[in-house]
Design a protein around this ligand. Sequence first.
Ligand code: CP
Length: 322
Amino acid sequence: MSLLIWRKTMKHILSMSQLSNEEVYSLMDSAIDFKAGKESDIGLDKFAINMFFENSTRTKTSFQVAEMKLGMKEVMFDASTSSVTKGESLYDTVKTVESIGASVAVIRHPEDKYYEKLINDNMKIHIINGGDGTGQHPSQSLLDLMTIYEHFGHFEGLKVGIVGDLSHSRVAHSNAEILTRLGADVSFGGLDSWYTEEFKEIGPHMSVDELCQEMDIVMLLRVQHERLSSEENKNFSKEDYFNKYGLDMRRVNMMKSDAMIMHPAPINRGVEIADDVVECNKSYIFQQMQNGVFVRMAMIEAVLEGDNIDNKINKERQAAIR
Ligand code: CP
């Protein structure tokens, strides 16, 4: 019964704060099963559309692979040649792709909480948030959690240091909240100006040397030049940043023997991470990307399974009436 309630509520996946701890663990379990070889054709005869209004390599391609592995077909969508350029709203665009038969829309959009405009009782298509502005990035959070869980087997008491462009990062916003909720102690590093009130409420700000000595996980973030003001970009020095906050082998050698280095990527080599750290034995960066496919399979399966349960209930009701 509880499974039924859980599946029925997974109509859309929009933010980590929407998901209960049980739902997070359930999605992770499912992703781990997919990685171990579980197969599903839940998407057979269904269409997915990946609507990316911001650039992406990892999120878009791994959703595409996940959709194909579940038997779905992708309807191509290119924001730059779509009728959005003629002024069509996001709502009307999503209703259009729903009308032509898409079952799942993965959307990345520069506007924070763009999805609030889309969700109403008429919206039948499942929306999965592929990242909203500086808001949330639930599929990235889930793949990060899966990668941590594979390594440590738990979250309770883990010390996690998130270093970098906190205020502009949807990964920082999603991960700080969910890691704390799952029992980890989260600390922060990077420019003081990025350590805003919401992060102060979660954990302390420390130097990168201190974080490297004390943390179980050092999670690096990219400096998002595209979201900095022209003044901030003008005053930014890659060399200064790397010296103060970058992860080089000197700092890696301060880390605990089983500590993890994580980064959602894309990475800026020589800014937040040194070349030789990217593939060192403490780095899980490419494992994160690999896990992204399985987590995204679990997310798509979760929203489509709701349809199957609804269809089953409807058929049972119709049979009972007859
Ligand atoms: N980590 C991440 O979201 O990467 P992309 O922007 O390439 O999707």
